[in-house]
Design a protein around this ligand. Sequence first.
Ligand code: G3P
Ligand code: CA
Length: 275
Amino acid sequence: MSPNKPLVIAHRGARSVAPENTIAAARKAVEIGADMWELDVSVSADGELFLMHDDTLNRTCNAEEVFPDRAPWNVKDFTLAEIKQLDCGHWFNVTDPFKQIKAGNVSIEDQQAYDGEQAPTLREALEFTKANHWAVNVEIKEQPDEATARMAVEKTVALVAELGMDDGKQVVISSFEHEYLKNVSELNGQIPIQLLTSEIIRNPNQYLADYGTRFINPKYSAWSPQQIKELSAEGIAFTVWTVNDELTMKALINSNVNGIITDFPQILIPLLEGK
Ligand code: G3P
Ligand code: CA
């Protein structure tokens, strides 16, 4: 195994073969052998933290069926108790978003188990991670206002500390909202922060220094693999998303990235093992 082997990070869990941002997707990523998973933190109407990528509930949960009069099903309008009534697994079996059911890569037993899967709270997700002696990249989504953002950051940091997961190994916190990450560091300097970006950042060394981190998580199209290689040699740790094709995976492995976030850990792992 190469000393520069990047971390394999299962995006929203192993979301090509299980419903994203659920414990089922996390469990699948553990089975596959990913080093960690990535998840998205949202805030319910009553201020509870739970896992959801979108601002609305209807793509991945049966909100339209359970709450037909609540269009457009904005996350911020639903309490956790209401969200817990939703089935956030069945859609995966119906839409087969990565065509992995069609390809025969999701067993009938797994499909049956996905029916009725709930959106987990952040606490449930962290407890699952801890129980499996695993690691997680917690992405705090952009919040509708400053007060909610502040509360999301404070509750996330407090929960990570309460569970004893603020040792720098089990949890990293990422966000496109870099000021949120500044708040994370002010509250608890032990939790690593990773700056998400869709675009190239000019003078990244200086920019990262301002946030007291060396970790940056760019979209795969921001910096070229060659640029990443050069900046990695200067000490910047890149974790690139979302990388699903083998050619890009190989280029990034050769660029000494810190990690690769992928919907297909089942492709990346054999690649790293030279299979
Ligand atoms: O953490 C990387 C990636 O998850 C950021 O984009 O939209 O998938 O949350 P998104
Ligand atoms: Ca994410």
